[in-house]
Design a protein around this ligand. Structure first.
Ligand code: FE2
Ligand code: FE2
Length: 210
């Protein structure tokens, strides 16, 4: 750890090295490949969108699915420890919230910005932070579904231009998929979709008025 500008900041390279070893013991090979893809994508988006700590973003990408292979039952002790009402949240998001608690509890991981991005990477939410947004759509663009989609290049190109396009395209695809499968849609996902669509509209209007 070192102190920079009065804020305790992590030695990102040290942490990345440390979690390179740990993460391979926590998740399957397939999930590990996804995690590295997401880490590389989020670093690229961070540089493009001028998030100040691209290597910190890489670490968030590397860690985001640490609890993906754990069943809800295995995560319940962590939910209880942090008084988290997991029963109010869809099962698909348990690994996201659980992953943040698991990192805190088992590995004493303390960076709240990274923990927040991990918590929110599945459902999204209202007024997400910068890193939350970057991880939200990097996770999507690092998915096999996105990579194998004929629109992948367009999605990535537009997300490099505008962070809200990335947020929009993930939330759109999630909502579409949930409707197709007759599944409920969590309010956080509607919130993140609405925010992204409103931001994109605003920018269009601004361009139109110039
Ligand atoms: Fe995930
Ligand atoms: Fe993921």
């Amino acid at each position: 750890m070192n102190i920079a500008g009065g804020i305790i900041s992590m030695d990102y390279e040290y942490e990345i090295q440390k979690y390179n070893d740990i993460i391979s013991t926590e998740i399957t090979k397939n999930r590990l490949e996804h995690s590295y893809r997401v880490a590389e994508l989020i670093e690229e988006f961070s540089i493009q969108h001028q998030y100040p700590f691209p290597r910190k973003a890489y670490l968030a990408g590397l860690l985001h699915d640490i609890a993906k292979q754990k069943k809800t039952e295995e995560l319940i002790p962590y939910f209880e420890k942090f008084n988290f009402p997991y029963w109010d949240y869809p099962k698909a998001s348990h690994h996201a919230f659980g992953g943040a608690f698991y990192l805190k509890e088992v590995y004493k991981f303390e960076d709240e910005e990274i923990l927040s991005s991990i918590s929110n990477h599945t459902l999204g939410g209202k007024n997400l932070g910068f890193l939350d947004k970057l991880l939200y759509f990097s996770d999507f663009l690092g998915s096999e579904y996105a990579i194998n989609n004929p629109n992948y290049s367009l999605w990535k190109k537009e997300s490099l231009k505008n962070i809200y396009y990335g947020v929009y395209i993930k939330s759109y695809n999630v909502i579409h998929d949930l409707i197709e499968n007759k599944e409920a849609i969590h309010i956080n996902t509607f919130d993140v979709y609405n925010e992204s669509i409103n931001e994109l509209k605003k920018e269009k209007e601004n361009y139109g008025s110039k």
